[in-house]
Design a binder for this molecule. Structure first.
Ligand code: ADP
Length: 258
């Protein structure tokens, strides 16, 4: 009836609790960093001098080393997340040459691949740059490309696109891998969420990669769009608004490599 309701709620307590939670995670991760590094370096030294160790230790040493490496990855990802959580905006945005970054990620991905012979198809607008943080965007885009490799069988096809349209700039990775059930998609960016826990752990995943991706995108006023079908494949797309584009030449050069 042409009336309005104005609601104000004091969320100080909620804000404080969130702050305590993120400080706690950051402090614990920071405290664990050094002991884990020490453990890892001793274990690596011992594994390298197996002739000095009783043969029955071999298996145990290897298992300890594998788990310490995984712990180190988790702690590093948690520290990255804590840093990203400190604010919702990148303070100092600089022009980022995304095409060069994609070429680096592609090279890195090919080196890391253990002969799975994925086929990469790259379609990149070489004139398209955005304003942002190079380190954060590298971490975001590389997470998506490495996930596509991890969750796509050998000789699968991975497409990487960097393009613009009337709504802004877009980075997308499409694979023809195992896909994700529709009901699980909304939970993917939660910390430690994995679709198949046992399998992902075996692959060395931390379950934090997409949480990092989501935070980086929020800090760039961008959003993550996920489309997937089990047995068909997945597309992860980062949508950047028009304002984040640092140059606006309409006639862009497109590079296509396979
Ligand atoms: P992880 O370190 O486990 O890969 P992420 O946060 O990067 O953590 O991903 C969360 C989960 O999302 C993964 O465990 C996996 O189940 C699923 N996932 C991510 N990318 C893909 C993909 N390209 N294809 C299928 N599943 C994926």
């Amino acid at each position: 009836n042409n009336q309005r309701l104005f609601v104000a709620r004091d969320i100080t307590q909620l804000h404080r609790t969130n702050r305590i939670r993120s400080d706690f995670v950051a402090n614990v991760s920071h405290e664990l960093k050094t002991p884990i590094t020490v453990l890892r370096s001793y274990l690596e030294t011992m594994s390298g001098q197996q002739e000095l160790c009783p043969p029955t230790w071999k298996n145990g040493l290897q298992q300890m080393l594998d788990h310490v490496k995984r712990m180190q990855n988790v702690v590093e990802d948690l520290l990255t997340l804590s840093k990203l959580e400190q604010s919702n905006h990148v303070e100092e945005r600089k022009p980022v040459v995304v095409s060069a970054m994609i070429t680096d990620i592609h090279r890195l991905a090919k080196n890391l691949e253990d002969h799975s012979e994925h086929i990469f198809v790259l379609e990149i607008d070489t004139n398209l740059e955005i304003l942002g943080s190079t380190n954060e965007l590298f971490s975001c885009f590389s997470n998506l490309v490495f996930n596509a490799i991890h969750y796509t069988e050998a000789r699968g096809v991975i497409e990487i696109n960097w393009y613009r349209d009337e709504s802004g700039a877009h980075f997308s990775v499409t694979d023809n891998g195992q896909g994700i059930p529709a009901e699980k998609i909304p939970r993917l960016t939660e910390r430690f969420y994995r679709v198949d826990r046992a399998r992902t752990r075996a692959l060395g995943g931390t379950g934090l990669g997409l949480a990092v991706v989501n935070h980086v995108l929020t800090r760039h006023d961008a959003t993550l769009y996920i489309e997937s079908e089990v047995g068909v494949g997945s597309t992860f797309r980062c949508d950047f608004p028009l304002e984040s584009m640092s140059n606006n030449q309409p006639d862009s050069a497109n590079d296509r490599t396979a």
